[in-house]
Design a protein around this ligand. Structure first.
Ligand SMILES: NC(=O)c1ccc[n+]([C@@H]2O[C@H](COP(=O)([O-])OP(=O)(O)OC[C@H]3O[C@@H](n4cnc5c(N)ncnc54)[C@H](OP(=O)(O)O)[C@@H]3O)[C@@H](O)[C@H]2O)c1
Length: 337
C-alpha cells in the first residue's frame, strides 16, 4: 500500500510517500481501507514535536473508509462496514494518511450512508466540541435534539473547524448559539453552520452585543483563545456558567479575576480530547453518531466548512495548509485515483 511516513520530527518535508505491506489487524483491531483522511492542527503539532517511540509514524488521527478485515475477537460481520475513525494515531504509529490503517474496533464507528468527507471531519473537531458543550456544571451529559433548548452557548471562533462543530452540535441540540468571527466572510460561514447570532469581534463590542442577546449571560463558552478572550468571557458568563478552553491560540497563559468568577460559581474547564474522561468520550461517540444518522451535522461551504482536497502524495502541502490556518477543512484523498 501507499502510506505517508515520517521518521523524524520537523517541517512538512519530513513526510515521505512510501510503499509498505498492508498491516495485519491484531486481536481486537480492524483493518480499514481508507477513502479520506482529515487533517487537524494536532497532526502538524505532533509531526513537529511528539516523540516517535516506534521510530516512525503515519500521521492522521481522523479518517473514513471501509472495514476490510478484522482481527481476533472482532465480529466478522463488520467486514464491509463504512466507518469513521477517531484518534487513529494517538499513541499508535498507524495514522490515516495511508491507503489502509489498523485501529482498535472501538475507534471505528459505523458511518451509515453519510459521506466519507463528513466521516473524516468528525473525530477531533466534533468530539472536542461535544466535550466543550457538556463539561459545564449545568450542561447535560448527553446531547440530543432538545438537550440544550434552554441554553445559550457562545462559540469563540465560529469559522474554525472545532468552532463549526460546536455550532452544529449545539444547534442540533436546540441551543441558542452566538458565534464570534473576525471578518464578514467568516460571519457567513458561522451563519451557514447554523449560528443564531454572529458577532464580528474585530468590528463590534462582543460584550455589548452578546448582552443584547443574553442579558443574564451565557451558559457555556467554547473557547479557542482564552488568553485573548478571558476578560470578555468573564463578563459574559451567567451564574454557574463554564468557559471550556480547548486551545491556546493567541497565547498560552491567562490571568483571571477571582471575585467576579467566585460570585457566579463559574467554572474554567480545560479540555484535551485525547485524555478527557472515558465516560464523556463514550457518550460523545454515541451522540455524534446520532447527529450524523439524523442528518444533524454536515460539511462543505453550505455548512460553513469549505473543504480543501489534496491527493495522498501531497500530504505535506495539506499539512502546510493547516499550519497556515486555511479557512475550512483540509482532506487528503487516500484511495488510489
Ligand atoms: N484541546 C483539544 O482537544 C483540541 C482539539 C481540537 C483542536 N484543538 C486546537 O484548537 C485550535 C483550533 O483548531 P481548529 O481545527 O478549529 O483550527 P482552525 O480551523 O484554524 O480554527 C481556529 C479558529 O480560531 C479563530 N480564532 C483565533 N483567535 C481567536 C480569538 N481571539 N477570538 C475568536 N476566534 C479566534 C480563528 O479565526 P480568526 O483568527 O480569524 O478569528 C479560526 O477561525 C488549534 O490550536 C488546535 O490544535 C485542541
Amino acid at each position: 500500500m501507499k502510506a505517508i511516513v515520517y521518521e523524524r520530527t520537523g517541517d512538512p518535508s519530513v513526510l515521505q510517500l512510501v510503499d509498505r505491506p498492508v498491516p495485519e489487524p491484531g486481536p481486537g483491531e480492524v483493518l480499514v481501507r481508507l477513502a479520506v483522511s482529515g487533517v487537524n492542527p494536532t497532526d502538524w503539532k505532533a509531526r513537529r514535536q511528539w516523540p516517535l517511540p516506534q521510530g516512525w509514524q503515519t500521521p492522521g488521527q481522523d479518517g473514513a473508509g471501509v472495514v476490510e478485515a478484522v482481527g481476533g475477537g472482532v465480529d466478522a460481520d463488520l467486514v464491509g462496514e463504512r466507518v469513521w475513525l477517531w484518534e487513529a494515531a494517538w499513541q499508535r504509529p498507524w495514522g490515516t494518511a495511508a491507503e489502509y490503517t489498523v485501529v482498535p474496533v472501538r475507534q471505528a464507528v459505523p458511518l451509515g450512508d453519510a459521506s466519507f468527507d463528513l466521516g473524516a471531519c468528525l473525530g477531533i473537531p466534533f468530539l472536542t466540541a461535544h466535550r466543550c458543550l457538556t463539561a459545564g456544571e449545568y450542561m447535560p451529559e448527553r446531547l440530543h435534539p432538545g438537550a440544550l433548548s434552554d441554553h445559550v452557548v457562545l462559540v469563540q471562533g465560529g469559522a474554525g473547524a472545532v468552532g463549526n462543530a460546536a455550532i452544529q452540535l449545539a444547534r442540533w441540540a436546540d441551543a441558542c448559539v452566538v458565534a464570534t468571527v473576525s471578518s464578514p466572510e467568516k460571519a457567513q460561514l458561522a451563519a451557514a453552520a447554523g449560528a443564531s447570532f454572529v458577532v464580528d469581534y474585530q468590528r463590534q463590542d462582543v460584550v455589548e452585543e452578546v448582552r443584547k442577546i443574553a442579558p443574564d449571560g451565557v451558559h457555556t463558552i467554547v473557547e479557542v483563545s482564552a488568553a485573548r478572550n478571558a476578560a470578555v468571557d468573564v463578563q459574559l458568563l451567567r451564574s454557574g456558567g463554564a468557559v471550556c478552553v480547548y486551545a491556546d491560540d493567541g497565547g498560552d497563559e491567562v490571568t483571571l479575576p477571582i471575585r467576579p468568577l467566585m460570585v457566579p460559581n463559574a467554572r474554567w474547564q480545560f479540555v484535551l480530547v485525547y485524555t478527557e474522561p472515558k465516560a464523556a468520550k463514550a457518550q460523545a461517540l454515541v451522540d455524534v453518531a446520532a447527529a450524523v444518522a439524523q442528518g444533524g451535522v454536515r460539511v462543505g461551504v453550505e455548512a460553513g466548512l469549505p473543504l480543501h482536497r489534496y491527493p495522498l502524495a501531497d500530504t505535506a502541502a495539506a499539512h502546510q495548509a493547516v499550519e497556515d490556518s486555511v479557512v475550512g477543512k483540509v482532506l487528503v484523498s487516500t484511495a488510489e485515483e
